[in-house]
Design a binder for this molecule. Structure first.
Ligand SMILES: Cc1ncc(COP(=O)(O)O)c(C=O)c1O
Length: 447
C-alpha cells in the first residue's frame, strides 16, 4: 500500500499529499477502515519532513476523509455523502398515500395565517437596493430583538430553523467533537451531526426537560455543543420548566460548550419560553422558527445570541446566498405585527393545545400513558414499533416510527402529529382507540 500511495503522490507538498490521498479515498483505492501508514513511514518513503505529512493528515481529517484514532493509528473514514440523511428518510419513507397521514410533524394548513392581504401589500415595495445591505430588514430586526428571550449580542434571519442549525453547527462543531443532544430528538439534527463527523451523546428527558444527572455526566466528555429544544420538544412534546433551565445553566456554566436552542414551534407553543441565554448570553444561540406557526414555506427562522457564532454565520453566508429574501422578511414582519395574523396564530395555538390534550387524555383512558404537553406532536410508547406501524397503516393511518429519533434505543415508540386532526366530532377519540389497540396495551376503559 505504501508503494501505491507514494506512486500516486505527484507533488510532495502537504497540499499535494492531501490531494493525492483524498483522490485514493474517494476513488475507493483506499477503502473505508484502511489503516494508513504512520507519518514517519510515509515521510521517510517520500523523503519529506514528518511535518509535511502531518499537515496533509490534518487537512484530510478536517474534511472527514481520515480519522486519527490515537495509538491505534489513522484510518480511512466513511465519507459523508449518500450515506447521510438516513434517519430523516426513515421517518418519511411511508407509502405516502395514507387517508390520514400523521407522520409529518407539519402544521395544519387550515390553522396557518392568511397570506393574501399581506402579500398584496408587500408586492408594491422594493426592499433591496444593494448586495451589501444588512441581511435583516431593520424593522424586523428590532421586532425580533424586542421579543428575544434574552438580549442577543447579534441576531440574523436565515432560511428556517434547520438552516440555522446547519449553519451554526458548521461554525461550532469540528470533526470528532462531542455534541450533547436530548434523547430522543429531531432526526435531521442527528443526520446533520453525523455528516459533520460529531460524536453524539444522547441525554434523556423527564417531564421538566433534559435530565440533570445525564447532562452532568455528558459534560464530562467536554462537548463543543449542546443542542436543546426548550419548548414542544420534537418528538416528546416536553417544554423545559424555568427551574430546570436554571439548573441546566448552572451545569453548563462550568463547561465551555456552545448552547444551541431550537424553539422550532415558536408562537404555537403554549409553554412559557425559558432560555439558557438568560444566564449564559455569550455562549447561547437561540433559534426561533416560524414554520409551525406561520408556515413551513415561508422558509424563515431567526437566530440570535453569541456574537462569536452569529457573526461567523453571517460572514460565511456572504459568500453564499447573502441574505434571506427581504420580500419574505417583510411578509413575516407583517405576520408578526398585524392584528389579523397575530389573532390567527393565537387561535391556532389554543386549538393545537386542545387537540393534543384531548388525544393524550383519550389515550390515558385506554391505559396508554403518552408524552406531549406542548406543540403538535405526541410520543406514544408501544409494545412493538413495527407491528404498530403496520396495524395503523392497514387502517389508512400514517405515523412516524420512534427509532430514527433515538440516539440510544430506549423502548418502542410512535410519534403522532396530532395537531393535524380536527377536534370537531369524535375523530380524536376514535384515533386514540386505534392507536391504543395498535400499541398493544390492554384497554382499561372500553368503548
Ligand atoms: C426540532 C425541530 N427543528 C427544526 C425543524 C425544522 O424547522 P424549519 O422548517 O424552520 O427548518 C423542525 C421541524 O419539524 C423541528 O421539529
Amino acid at each position: 500500500m505504501l508503494d501505491d500511495m507514494v506512486a500516486a503522490i505527484e507533488t510532495r507538498s502537504a497540499q499535494g499529499i492531501a490531494a493525492a490521498i483524498g483522490r485514493l479515498v474517494s476513488g475507493g483505492d483506499l477503502p473505508v477502515g484502511t489503516r494508513l501508514p504512520t507519518v514517519r513511514e510515509l515521510s521517510a518513503a517520500l523523503h519529506v519532513s514528518p511535518t509535511t505529512v502531518s499537515e496533509a493528515w490534518k487537512t484530510l481529517a478536517a474534511v472527514g476523509a481520515i480519522e486519527p484514532r490515537g495509538r491505534l493509528g489513522t484510518f480511512v473514514r466513511r465519507p459523508p455523502g449518500p450515506g447521510t440523511g438516513q434517519r430523516y428518510r426513515r421517518v418519511t419513507e411511508g407509502p405516502g398515500h395514507f387517508e390520514l397521514d400523521l407522520s409529518t410533524g407539519t402544521p395544519d394548513v387550515a390553522l396557518l395565517p392568511d397570506l393574501q392581504p399581506i402579500v398584496a401589500e408587500v408586492s408594491r415595495q422594493s426592499l433591496t437596493s444593494t448586495y451589501v445591505d444588512r441581511p435583516v430588514l431593520p424593522d424586523l430586526w428590532e421586532h425580533l430583538r424586542a421579543a428575544w428571550p434574552f438580549p442577543p449580542e447579534e441576531l440574523t434571519v436565515v432560511d428556517g430553523a434547520m438552516d440555522a442549525l446547519d449553519r451554526i453547527a458548521r461554525v461550532v462543531v469540528r470533526l470528532g467533537d462531542r455534541v450533547v443532544v436530548e434523547n430522543p430528538t429531531f432526526p435531521p439534527a442527528l443526520d446533520l451531526l453525523d455528516h459533520l463527523g460529531a460524536e453524539v451523546i444522547g441525554v434523556g428527558l423527564d417531564s421538566d426537560g433534559i435530565s440533570l444527572a445525564g447532562l452532568a455526566a455528558a459534560l464530562e466528555a467536554n462537548p463543543s455543543m449542546v443542542y436543546l429544544q426548550p419548548r414542544a420538544q420534537n418528538p416528546t412534546g416536553i417544554t423545559m420548566t424555568a427551574k430546570r433551565a436554571k439548573a441546566v445553566a448552572r451545569l453548563l456554566a462550568a463547561s465551555s460548550a456552545i448552547v444551541v436552542e431550537d424553539d422550532h414551534s415558536g408562537d404555537i407553543a403554549s409553554g412559557t419560553l425559558v432560555s439558557i441565554g438568560t444566564w449564559l448570553p455569550e455562549r447561547t444561540v437561540h433559534i426561533r422558527g416560524f414554520s409551525k406557526s406561520h408556515g413551513p414555506d415561508l422558509r424563515l427562522a431567526a437566530a440570535g445570541g453569541a456574537a462569536s457564532v452569529i457573526d461567523a454565520v453571517t460572514t460565511r453566508r456572504l459568500i453564499g446566498p447573502g441574505w434571506s429574501s427581504r420580500i419574505l422578511q417583510s411578509v413575516l414582519l407583517a405576520l408578526l405585527t398585524e392584528p389579523g395574523p397575530v389573532g390567527q396564530v393565537e387561535t391556532a395555538r389554543v386549538e393545537y393545545g386542545h387537540r393534543r390534550a384531548t388525544f393524550v387524555q383519550a389515550l390515558g383512558q385506554h391505559g396508554l400513558e403518552a408524552t406531549g404537553t406542548d406543540g403538535i406532536n405526541v410520543w406514544v410508547p408501544v409494545a412493538d414499533e413495527r407491528s404498530a406501524l403496520v396495524q395503523l397503516a392497514a387502517q389508512g393511518i400514517g405515523v412516524a416510527p420512534g427509532e430514527p429519533f433515538m440516539v440510544n434505543r430506549d423502548g418502542d415508540h410512535l410519534r403522532i402529529t396530532i395537531g393535524l386532526v380536527d377536534s370537531t366530532g369524535d375523530a380524536i377519540e376514535r384515533l386514540a382507540a386505534q392507536v391504543a389497540e395498535a400499541a398493544g396495551v390492554r384497554t382499561l376503559v372500553s368503548g
